[in-house]
Design a protein around this ligand. Structure first.
Ligand code: C5P
Length: 224
């Protein structure tokens, strides 16, 4: 049977926490990758650690959002870390996406749509006139036009995105229980895969408490 794929969000500044996460999440039921966000990437020892990390699927969640030249040169500056996946905000615009894609080389460039921590009220507050589903669909079309390799959206929008974006879909905002923290658009792992997500991103539900138990909980939930 095809294995489910999940990125574990290593949201910490400590190398020892990352080692613990990697040690306790390796298993033969799931394909596991590791996502490093701004917290770890900007920590004192983060860069050096990633430079030495071998034989893992690694995701640099830089969420780049800048002018085309800066997007591309940022990607060139992290080339030595050999990320499998790197994120850029689709809101950076078509020119920036195109330049970034050119610079990314072998790394897969992921376009981030509307953050899963935002709801319709929040996007209105920012100044958008469309609702989230319309915005994400619009951004997915732009990602297709810019030939991006993957999209990040909430699992609630996967079906919509699939209509216009034919490559990998990665979904954060995943919860096994009712505690959603700062996330707004959430679904369970089972629902996310059922909607057609290729990869899930899970952070706190795995990394807080007993990591081994949490991974087993995820495997049991998907086995049902
Ligand atoms: O702890 P939790 O499972 O909510 O973590 C989700 C992870 O996914 C965090 O590292 C967060 O930065 C990231 N992310 C997200 N929503 C996006 C893009 C990335 O939650 N749209």
């Amino acid at each position: 049977m095809k294995k489910n794929k999940v990125f574990i969000a290593c949201d910490t500044t400590k190398v020892s926490d990352v080692n613990k996460i990697i040690k306790n999440t390796s298993n033969n039921k799931l394909i596991v990758g590791y996502k490093f966000g701004l917290e770890f990437l900007n920590s004192k020892n983060g860069r050096n650690y990633l430079k030495k990390l071998k034989n893992k699927i690694i995701f640099g969640d830089y969420k780049i959002s800048d002018i085309p030249n800066t997007c591309a040169s940022t990607i060139r500056a992290i080339k030595d870390l050999k990320f499998n996946y790197i994120t850029i905000h689709i809101n950076s615009g078509y020119e920036a996406l195109k330049e970034a894609k050119k610079a990314a080389g072998k790394a897969k460039l992921i376009g981030v749509t509307i953050l899963t921590s935002l709801d319709n009220k929040a996007v209105k507050e920012i100044g958008f006139n469309k609702n989230i589903k319309e915005l994400v669909l619009h951004q997915a079309k732009l990602a297709t036009k810019a030939k991006l390799d993957a999209i990040v959206c909430s699992a609630q929008e996967v079906k919509i995105v699939k209509k216009v974006f034919k490559k990998e879909i990665i979904t954060p905002g995943i919860r096994l229980n009712s505690k959603i923290d700062d996330q707004k658009r959430v679904l369970t792992p089972y629902e996310a895969y059922k909607n057609g997500a290729d990869w899930l991103v899970i952070g706190r539900d795995i990394t807080k408490g007993s990591i081994k138990n949490n991974i087993q909980k995820l495997i049991n939930h998907l086995d049902k």
